[in-house]
Design a protein around this ligand. Structure first.
Ligand code: SDX
Length: 379
């Protein structure tokens, strides 16, 4: 092993072979199982796309109905999880609550039967079904309200908005939220998916795998950026302040939230779609005061940093969509997690077939042959 083989953060190093999704960072292309994200956003639903990602192909009508039925059957909140959440501090971040709840699900289904297709199918359905319910329940409980159980007559996306806002969502809002989930479902070997794969490679249970990935997604350089973007737009405060703000960021070499990407060196194709979704919501429900600032920000950052390949990523416009859907800012990343559970489970399923633990090596930079010095002999 030589120093030249070392790549910080494994940048550009293939860590696995996968047929789940493909990104072309130069062309700005994202495909799930070979289907372009633009087509899935326009024609598919999040549950159909999740089935495609996890089981490898578009479902038949019967397969999709069975998958949707399974999700409806398992999505009620477990009372013991509800009771556990009663002990969570109201000021805690919803991503920490979600990580705890995802891990806790493993207490109810602890038998690990990774060779049993039924165990795998049940784990997929239970996690896909229960994650949104737990996110919505924590939101209501930290406001001092009782959680709302899902309704069988509402589909996946509409149910989450119903459980969150305690009222049936507008059909356009529900459809746009469903598209957001599809857009966030999968993205090759990003940090949280890689975290899921490393955890999965030890053949632990899928609940621990998802809990591990949730913790990774929470970071501001990854899934947490969508929340930071809104804070940034609020701090900038006006279109006139955009240029001075960017100048200061560049001067201080500060990362601008919602911009840049390890793979995309053009505008993230998901950002293009999310921007159009935001404009659809603004047309029906009124614009967002931050949208003009966001447009100016995109223009100035592209002008100043486009040469470095720094363009809007998926997190730049998603927050403006979620604000208009009435989703609180600190739930933006849990919403990202609700969607990304599909990708994490797809890679979990693909990874356990490898049956090989992830164990990279290192370049040791410490010393050798040091003597042990007794405590009383130390200065
Ligand atoms: C997600 O991996 C995925 O697929 C993730 C994701 C997914 O779907 O799972 O797409 C979701 O996490 C999107 C990213 C959300 N994070 C942010 O918006 C946080 C801000 N972004 C940056 O922290 C950054 O762009 C990263 C972390 C996303 C990527 O960083 P890299 O690949 O390490 O970028 P780099 O260091 O190679 O950047 C090259 C140059 C550098 O300048 P120089 O040192 O060469 O002069 O571009 C600059 C960087 O300083 N740069 C930025 C910048 N991002 C890169 N400069 C200012 N602001 C930024 N946001």
């Amino acid at each position: 092993m030589t120093v030249c083989d070392y790549k910080p953060g494994l940048e550009g190093i293939p860590a696995t072979q996968s047929s789940i999704s493909h990104v072309d960072g130069q062309q700005g292309i994202l495909e799930y199982r070979g289907i372009r994200i633009e087509d899935l956003a326009q024609h598919s639903t999040f549950l159909e796309t999740s089935y495609l990602l996890i089981w490898g192909g578009l479902p038949t009508k019967t397969e999709l109905e069975e998958f949707e039925h399974g999700i409806r059957h398992h999505r009620r909140l477990k009372y013991r999880i509800r009771d556990m959440m009663k002990c969570f501090p109201e000021g805690g971040h919803p991503m920490d609550a979600l990580q705890a709840c995802a891990a806790a699900l493993g207490l109810f289904y602890s038998k690990r039967a990774l060779n049993d297709p039924l165990y795998i199918q049940n784990a997929v359905v239970r996690l896909m079904a229960k994650i949104p319910t737990m996110v919505a329940a924590f939101q209501l409980m930290r406001k001092g309200n009782d959680p709302v159980q899902p309704r069988d007559d509402l589909d996946y996306a509409a149910n989450f908005l119903y459980m969150l806002n305690e009222q049936e969502p507008d059909p356009l809002a529900a459809r746009i939220f469903d598209i957001c989930l599809t857009l966030h479902a999968e993205h090759t070997i990003n940090a949280s998916t890689f975290s899921a794969m490393v955890t999965a490679s030890t053949l632990t249970d899928p609940y621990a795998v998802v809990a591990s990935a949730v913790g990774t997604l929470a970071g501001p350089l990854h899934g947490g950026a969508n929340e930071e973007v809104i804070d940034m737009l609020e701090a900038i405060g006006s279109v006139e302040n955009v240029r001075p703000y960017i100048d200061q960021c560049i001067k201080e070499k500060r990362r601008i939230m919602g911009f840049g990407h390890r793979v995309y060196k053009v505008k993230d194709p998901r950002a293009n779609i999310l921007q159009k979704l935001a404009e659809q919501l603004f047309e029906k429900f009124g614009t967002d005061e931050y949208y003009e600032i966001a447009l100016e920000l995109e223009q100035v950052v592209t002008e100043r940093l486009g040469a470095k390949g720094v363009y809007p990523n998926v997190d730049f416009y998603s927050g403006l969509v979620y604000r208009r859907l009435g989703i609180p800012t600190d739930l933006f990343t849990p919403v990202f997690a609700i969607a990304r559970v599909a990708g994490w489970l797809a890679h979990w399923k693909e990874q356990i077939r490898e049956n090989r633990i992830f164990r990279p090596t290192q370049i040791y930079t410490g010393s050798h042959d040091q003597k042990y010095v007794a405590l009383h002999e130390r200065p």
